[in-house]
Ligand binder design. Sequence first.
Ligand SMILES: [Zn+2]
Length: 511
Amino acid sequence: MHKPLFTPRNNYEIYLVNRFTVHNLLHHIIYLAQTTHHITVDTESDLFTNRPALIQIEFIQEKLSTIILVETFHLPIDEQSLEFWLIRSIFKYILQPNKTIYCWGDAEEEFKKFLIYRLYTDDILKVPYMVNIQDKFKRWHRIEIGYYETSMNKWGLQMAIYVIYNEFLDKTQRLNIWSRGLHRRNNKEDDDKILSMIYYATNDCLSVTKLAVTIHQLIIRKEKRKHMAMNNTNTKHIPSLHEQYHQYLQNYISKSTKEQQQSNCDNLLTIRPFQPLKSFRICPIHHLTSLEHLLPIVELCHSTQKFSIDIERKFETQQLILIKIELVQVEQVESIVLYLEVLNLFLLDTPLFLVVQKLLKNIFLPWKKIIIWSNENKEDLQALVQYKFLSESILNDTNIMELQAPFKQWYHKTFKHNVNCKVPSSDKEDSCCCTCPYRPYKNMNDKWALYKAINHVFNEFVSKSYGSHINYLQNIIYSVHRCLAVTKLSNVIELDWTMEQLHQFKKCHQE
Ligand SMILES: [Zn+2]
């Protein structure tokens, strides 16, 4: 007899946290840790040795929960490194008095097992409000049916899920070597095994959350996002993470006792998720797209004058896989982003091919304006010639504006060297002597990466490259965000925003 498999109550995304996790992602997780009030935790230890190896944390949100799997065997080796500090910051914000932590069992005991990794200290484990769902469930169920079904014994999570939802929570991966590392190996057998371990670890959190809601221990409301940094309108400049880390090191070295000052500084540790200028719709184009779906888009491209384009290569092979084109229409409330899957190619001269060709010809016209981040991206557009969508001459006649260099100019003009910097503020170039923390590049030939530009101008997170995420849909959204980020930055450059305008924009849109 097959029981239906366990289904979580909400959608979710999963991230691995280890020494290879990129900074931007860690900033994003810190942001979640700051703004989420309801959290479920679970942990896993290795089979045979019983070494604590994995901490699972669910940041519970109404629509999309985020689950992080902290691989404690694979933390950064240097405890004074920025990476280690960022990971420690996640726990710092979780273990706060305004947080409620749900666990199947005693969360404090679970956390204690991991003290050896020095991600947090013993004394702050009593700070958050911890709810033992295993105990609460037992009491709730007794009231529901009138007696203790398990008598003196504790409830198993699998049994509770079965009794309440008639669903099967698969526990076969529980006894495992969790310290092996959960990254992909590009070997089907290993990857299947790892994937089922990840799902087991994730479901152990999601199932506790689901029960917590059912037994009324958890009421999920839309989280009101607090923007601590933005509340203080006197703050002219929000310290970047580089500055804050610098401050942390200073305090560490001087063993300063000015704890208040430190905590004020940490409150400013805010990197937001990327916010496009307006909401958007994604229009996927591949060999299965229907013609009826595409024809109105062809017309729309005809009437649109401005486009932002971003191109994606596969990280491992550098193979070109995606072209994303945003139709920038000022008068529309919503943007449309074409999501052209180059790998799922169209056969030459099929009706679909001809329609896509027509669509692209409506975009690549001499009087239209196309914005692209870098010169490399511009060269990537040659693929359209290669695949016979456009001719060489059409592409050459198009007005393609590269944003990277003008952005650098604007940034230098707007974020001048500060008074403490050895480089005089009249000197606009990057220099190896520069100590300004908000100027990440120190060589005058360095080129700005798109994600860094968004990060430094708007304090927002866009992921760096395609496919860094386990969740397929999330990869698509992040990828589209990179295209929308080009539009957002092009606005700043074209209108030549001052620091004051930027500040006003953030005040209006990020609070
Ligand atoms: Zn400087």
